[in-house]
Write a protein that binds this ligand. Structure first.
Ligand SMILES: *Cc1c(COP(=O)(O)O)cnc(C)c1O
Length: 402
């Protein structure tokens, strides 16, 4: 029972949209376009010789559900191919991908440089877990660029980036950071969830290990939890060993949902970008709004970096309101009919979530006095979304005026 290799196009030969449609496909013996959902624990063999061969080849042949199935391999191959990485490892959540990537490279006594605008639970992981293993985390300013070199110590093993930053969307000069890190012998990791491999390819900018919350745009329909770690050739073995030793794996149905979502990723993202920019520009015209934190807008301080490095923006951005009371902001959010209040993002639907940046940073200081609200702009008609927000602002003023 050998693993049917995927019809992988030659690197660089096909355009991204073609690769999204074809990478990781053709894994069915029956000729179906998509691989079936292989729900597996035990995999039976015809003979001991076949078993021994499979065991030696381990990840080459299907030997046990935890090691993967043609369903999970198809999704891993597709994402690795899109990112331009050597291998990808599917994990049960984005946070599991972050922790596995970090722990596969760090050991007791190491120093980690972590971007101050990292995804909140990633920050908590450093503070609550890494410290217990004698790994020191130092948070750094996302705008540091080549200046990261000054912070790199002899025991700095990893420099971790997330661009744009969670919630507040600071753009990082990943190339400058990677060059400095490599000069000093440190590895570079990137959380590329916001842009997906379609918007930004980490390995083209010097990153060694890319992590994704596939839960977001790769799955794309808010119905599965998945994470993925994509490695270059040098880090492939250490990540594989960590994932294997810790018994990490994702469910077959989730892997299949990831592959299903991936096929429409580029069309969905193009629409998310278009809709989000329409809504973001409308926010810029509103007197209630102090700043719109969207790297695709020329007013954004990181816009030049975004233009230089990114192929597109996605549907997630934030606004900073002028100072309004908590009750007014809550009535604005509560009154929205098309924006659900909820964690996560990346599905087809619009979402809203107020947040407080001061609580989630330590190396930098957040200076804007007004409340912040994050939006995920979905695939609805943006004119309807804007009408909804307009009504919401009317409610905000009503409540503020009471
Ligand atoms: C949501 C998110 C994660 C975590 O993903 P889960 O699948 O929810 O665990 C990691 N990084 C970023 C940037 C995220 O937005």
């Amino acid at each position: 029972m050998s693993r049917k290799r995927v019809r992988t196009p030659p690197p660089g030969h096909w355009a991204t949209d073609t690769r999204v449609a074809h990478l990781g496909s053709g894994a069915s013996d029956f000729g179906t376009m998509n691989p079936p959902v292989y729900r597996a624990s035990t995999v039976a063999f015809e003979s001991m010789a076949e078993y021994d061969r499979a065991y030696v080849e381990r990840f080459g042949d299907l030997i046990y559900g935890r090691v993967g199935t043609p369903t999970s391999w198809a999704f891993e191959d597709a994402v690795a191919g899109l990112e331009g990485g050597a291998a990808a490892f599917l994990l049960p959540s984005g946070l599991a991908a972050i922790s596995a990537a970090l722990l596969s490279q760090l050991r007791s006594g190491d120093h980690l440089l972590m971007v101050d605008t990292v995804y909140g639970p990633g920050r908590a992981f450093c503070s609550n877990v890494l410290t217990r293993y004698g790994i020191e985390t130092e948070f750094y300013d996302p705008l540091i660029g080549a200046g990261i070199e000054r912070l790199i110590r002899p025991n700095t093993r990893v420099v971790y980036c997330e661009s744009p930053g969670s919630q507040t969307f600071e753009m990082q000069d990943v190339r400058a950071i990677a060059d400095a890190a490599h000069r000093k012998g440190a590895l570079v990791m990137l959380d590329n969830t916001w842009a997906t491999p379609i918007g930004f390819r980490g390995f083209d900018h010097g990153v060694d290990i890319v992590v994704h919350a596939a839960t977001k745009y790769l799955v794309g329909h808010s119905d599965a939890m998945l994470g993925i770690v994509v490695t270059n050739e040098a880090s492939r073995g250490s990540v594989r060993a960590w994932v294997d030793a810790n018994g990490l794996c994702a469910g077959a149905d989730e892997a299949w949902l990831g592959l299903r979502g991936l096929r429409t990723l580029s069309v969905r993202l193009a629409r998310h970008q278009e809709n989000a920019l329409a809504v973001a520009r409308w926010f810029e015209s509103r007197p209630e709004v102090a700043r719109v934190l969207h790297p695709g807008l020329p007013s954004h301080p990181g816009h030049a970096l975004w233009q230089r490095d990114f192929r597109l923006a996605s549907g997630l951005f934030s606004i900073v309101l002028h100072p309004f009371g908590k009750a007014a902001v809550e009535s604005f959010v509560d009154s929205l009919e098309l924006f659900a209040i909820g964690a996560s993002w990346g599905g087809y639907e619009s979402l809203v979530m107020p947040f407080a940046p001061t609580k989630i940073r330590s190396a930098t200081r957040w200076k804007d006095p007004g409340p912040c609200v994050r939006f995920h702009v979905g695939l609805e008609d943006p004119a309807d979304l804007i009408r909804d927000l307009e009504r919401g602002f009317a409610r905000l003023h009503e409540t503020e005026g009471r």
